[in-house]
Design a protein around this ligand. Sequence first.
Ligand code: HEM
Ligand code: HEM
Length: 177
Amino acid sequence: MSRKFAPSQIFFHWAIFILVVITYAVMELKGITPKGSNLREWMATLHYTFGIMILILMLIRVVIKFAHKDPEIIPTPPRWQIRLAKATHGILYLMFICLPLLGGLSLYYGNVAWSFFSYPMPVAGLPHTDLQHNLKEIHELVADVGYFIVGIHAVGALFHHYIMLDNTLIRMMPGKK
Ligand code: HEM
Ligand code: HEM
């Protein structure tokens, strides 16, 4: 069995990581730009575009996952740690697929003109104020919980690397060794 994740899994993991950082960062920094400015508009478009890219790449990743066996962790960690890691990964998959869907639907029902790269995306046409508001609220709540889950996930990886001294992190790093 291979000692590492497949190169495609490693590529998608870190590409999505970069997109996640930028998607969060532009939304957090948007608030400091003047309302109605081109920069603010551009940051929102970047948020929507990168968010949808995360959705597409996460879906591709799910397919790739089924085509590969997980590489063994050496030395084998206690069973509770393996279970906790698997649960966290499941939540991450679910979260980063649902988040973009919730964001996109909130714009769709809010009749907000938005684009993916420069392709204009559809809007509902009729007003759905309550639905739009609820979708936006849930999107923001899930995004906030996302910080926490990604944090636990990253601390877990570093804990394995520096405290458990196993190959958990190395398995997900680019390069041959
Ligand atoms: C994984 C991808 C995404 C992440 C991590 C994410 C994260 C966030 C965060 C952190 C906020 C601000 C929350 C707050 O203020 O408490 C936000 C707001 C928002 N997001 Fe996303 N988002 C993602 C994808 C998307 C997508 C794909 C769309 C739409 C196509 C979208 C539309 C929105 C909208 C409309 C808001 C509210 C903006 C505002 O109040 O000006 N998001 N998102
Ligand atoms: C500093 C940040 C991060 C580090 C150090 C890190 C590290 C790792 C490591 C070492 C693994 C393999 C763990 C194992 O098999 O037990 C992994 C898997 C995974 N990571 Fe991350 N990660 C980070 C950020 C993220 C982010 C932002 C996401 C959000 C999408 C994410 C999603 C996942 C998923 C879904 C898996 C499971 C892979 C699979 O088995 O298909 N990671 N990560």
